[in-house]
Design a protein around this ligand. Structure first.
Ligand code: ZN
Length: 286
């Protein structure tokens, strides 16, 4: 009996060991298969979620871009996060050159400010409505572009008031900004202008330029964050310089704002003053 146990004992043990190993192997393979299946499922869910997030983000970005371009005139700007520049155009409107400038601004989704001469509005009312519709700001640049310091107080008030009426009659909001012709002001003139007086701090002298490239170079060499660039929408050279100027400024990550946005002015907020003190001001603009 003891010999039989010795013979059968190891054989049974080996058989059982083999059986246990086989079962263990099968179970391990099964568990591994299940684990891999679960991992594959988790990966698929993760990829699906990422695709959904990407699609969602893309649609949000597209919506933001659409809103920004459609409603740029009410969008908030933060000039401390991204450098701001305010392009301003004086002396228009002019049928040919102002409409060319407006087309470029609209194409590039760029806002600007126009200081219009009241006597030039007749026949160009649609251009003012286009400015307003595109989110550009419209300011008052007097009725007939005189040196206001040579006028009597009531004549100064008339220069402002007649242009206010002409802009209103064109169907756009009454201006809250005034830019004096030639930058010429004194205490008497300032006290008779019931609007924000807005000068400029960058003068590319486009009115004296011989080529669009000359205007481009002048803007490029003086542009700085917070700049109010003084140009004139009545010159072909100025209109032809605008697209390259915008491309250059965009490449430098400037955001284009109206002067009111730049100054943080609220609509209809008169009486503010921006610019150099009158006695320091060189009357070298148009
Ligand atoms: Zn002017």
């Amino acid at each position: 009996m003891s010999r039989l146990r010795w013979v059968w004992g190891p054989q049974l043990f080996v058989s059982m060991l083999v059986a246990v190993c086989a079962v263990y192997g099968i179970m391990t393979a099964f568990v591994q298969h299940e684990v891999l299946a679960v991992q594959a499922k988790a990966l698929a869910v993760q990829q699906d979620a990422q695709t959904h997030i990407q699609l969602h983000m893309a649609s949000v970005a597209a919506l933001q871009q659409e809103l920004a371009s459609t409603y740029s005139w009410i969008s908030q700007v933060n000039c401390s996060q991204q450098p701001c520049i305010a392009l301003t155009f004086d002396d228009g409107p002019n049928a040919a050159t102002t409409s060319q400038i407006l087309s470029i601004l609209e194409k590039e989704h760029v806002s600007a400010s126009f200081f219009v001469v009241g006597s030039r509005i007749a026949g160009n009312e649609a251009l003012l409505r286009q400015m307003y519709a595109d989110g550009d700001e419209i300011g008052n640049h007097s009725w007939s572009h005189p040196d206001l310091t040579t006028l009597k107080p009531d004549q100064v008030r008339q220069q402002v008031a007649m242009t206010q009426s002409a802009v209103e009659a064109a169907g756009v909001p009454t201006p809250t900004l005034f830019r004096p012709p030639y930058g010429a002001v004194n205490k008497s003139v300032l006290s008779n202008i019931p609007l924000t007086v807005m000068f400029w701090n960058e003068d590319p002298q486009d009115w004296a330029a011989n080529s669009p490239q000359q205007v481009e170079q002048a803007v490029e060499s003086t542009t700085k964050p917070g700049g109010v660039v003084d140009m004139h929408d009545i010159y072909q050279i100025t209109a032809d310089s605008l697209d390259p100027i915008i491309q250059k400024l965009k490449s430098e990550h400037y955001q284009f704002v109206t002067v009111s946005q730049l100054m943080g002015l609220k609509p209809g907020q008169p009486g503010e003053y921006y610019g150099l003190k009158p006695q320091d001001f060189q009357a070298n603009g148009e």
